[in-house]
Design a protein around this ligand. Structure first.
Ligand SMILES: Cc1cc2nc3c(=O)[nH]c(=O)nc-3n(C[C@H](O)[C@H](O)[C@H](O)COP(=O)(O)OP(=O)(O)OC[C@H]3O[C@@H](n4cnc5c(N)ncnc54)[C@H](O)[C@@H]3O)c2cc1C
Length: 382
């Protein structure tokens, strides 16, 4: 019998690929290995889940058993892949009873890991939580039981969404950002100020230009010491500083790795018969941040593995922030030289990014203008 196609990772990308493969081939033997429970869920539901105080179980779309049955695959949860050997096409897991697994084709879908604040000292520094998986979501919910003072570290998109959702869920929230503005790098100044105003009006306390220096464990609370010196006593500190691709397995196996595992337009890594999809991969110098891009790379890879000549291409995407206090739509410009032009009215802010040739390459819309995102997207040059 042929060795199976093995997918390492049962996150959004691993399961998107499984679905796409089964649309093309009902018979191929497919084995997924996941380090966690391997339930199917969507991380973009975490903010709404926190706002409505939903337990982690309520966010599960399907259990590993249900996914295995529905898509006729072998799914092994709670199993970590420790090493891969591209030459012999064997991987090693932490299962002492059967540590080795052979593959015919291997797909790395190892995803992303949450960033933690650097250089924070103090006895409570290790207590900083992140919300990058369902297990971490469940842990945060349990830490919040009966307690409600939260410091959110990081005022980017994930921090703003997390702060507002925790506030809506009944917490007292302080959002800490070391830069002068929230959402630095994602949107220009007027947009950032309007979003900060809306969050403040919704009850989120915002401290900008104030980095976390120390976190110390008190009797039953955490003492956060800020650069500005003003202390903050909270029950829980959550970091929302973004993510980075999880590349350790690939790097140790000698695959090309930059920020992510480097793939070509057919999602091939530098090693024969090994592909990568989702948050762990990097294509044309960019990592996969959006669900829609991950879904389309899973479709391309399913075609490639089925022997068709599909190719990955980036498309302009709109990210609508999970915020109730104001509508925000962002189409992030590519890293090219250009300028933002902002116009503000009482009803919102419209910011357009044009490159040096005058072509529209991205935008940020806050308030009523967010309704124009669909028509503007069709005008964005790639
Ligand atoms: C709070 C939050 C909100 C978000 N909101 C949005 C949104 O609104 N829109 C959007 O487009 N995106 C959003 N994202 C990003 C989106 O969720 C990610 O892009 C997506 O989850 C990445 O999917 P993935 O499968 O590549 O990685 P992951 O979901 O990280 O899955 C990776 C899987 O690999 C497993 N794994 C890793 N290493 C090993 C190993 N050695 N052995 C076995 N298994 C392993 C892990 O256990 C995990 O199951 C959000 C993310 C978060 C955290």
């Amino acid at each position: 019998m042929d060795a199976p196609l093995v997918i390492v990772g049962t996150g959004f990308a691993g399961y998107a690929l499984l679905r796409a493969l089964r649309q093309r081939d009902r018979h191929r033997e497919i084995h997924l290995i996941g380090a966690g429970e391997a339930s199917a869920y969507a991380k973009d539901q975490f903010p709404a889940g926190l706002a409505h105080r939903r337990d982690a179980d309520e966010l599960v779309i399907a259990t590993a058993e249900q996914m295995a049955y529905r898509f006729e695959a072998t799914i092994t949860p709670h199993r970590r892949v420790l090493a891969i050997d591209p030459a012999s096409r064997v991987l090693r897991t932490d299962n002492p009873a059967q540590p080795e697994q052979i593959w015919s084709q291997l797909v790395l879908a190892t995803g992303v890991e949450s960033l933690r604040p650097a250089n924070v000292r103090g006895s409570g520094a290790a207590s900083v939580l992140t919300v990058g998986s369902l297990a971490e979501y469940a842990y945060l919910r349990s830490e919040l039981a009966g307690r409600g003072r939260v410091a959110v570290v990081g005022g980017g998109v994930p921090g703003c969404e997390l702060a507002e959702s925790l506030k809506r869920g009944g917490c007292e929230v302080t959002l800490l950002e070391s830069d002068p503005h929230l959402l630095g790098g994602s949107v220009p100044t007027l947009c950032a100020e309007r979003i900060a105003d809306a969050l403040a009006a919704a009850g989120v306390r915002i401290r900008t230009e104030d980095g976390v220096q120390r976190i110390d464990q008190g009797m039953d609370e955490l003492h956060v010491t800020m650069l500005g010196g003003k202390p903050l006593a909270v029950d829980v500190v959550v970091a929302a500083l973004g993510t980075r691709p999880r590349v350790q397995l690939a790097r140790a196996a000698g695959l090309d790795v930059a920020a992510g595992i480097v793939v070509d337009a057919a999602l091939r890594t530098s090693a024969e018969a090994i592909h990568a999809v989702g948050g762990c991969a990097e294509f044309e110098g960019r990592v996969f941040e959006f669900g829609e891009d991950i879904d389309s790379c899973a479709q391309v890879l399913a075609d490639v593995l089925a022997g068709h000549g599909a190719r990955m291409r980036w498309k302009a995407r709109v990210r609508r922030l999970n915020l109730e206090c104001c509508a925000v739509a962002i189409c992030k410009p590519p890293p090219v030289a250009g300028e933002w032009h902002e116009s503000a009215t009482a009803r919102g802010v419209r910011a357009l990014f044009h490159d040096r040739t005058g072509a529209l390459r991205g935008f940020a819309l806050v308030g009523d203008p967010a309704g124009e995102s669909g028509s503007l997207l069709s005008r964005v040059a790639r």
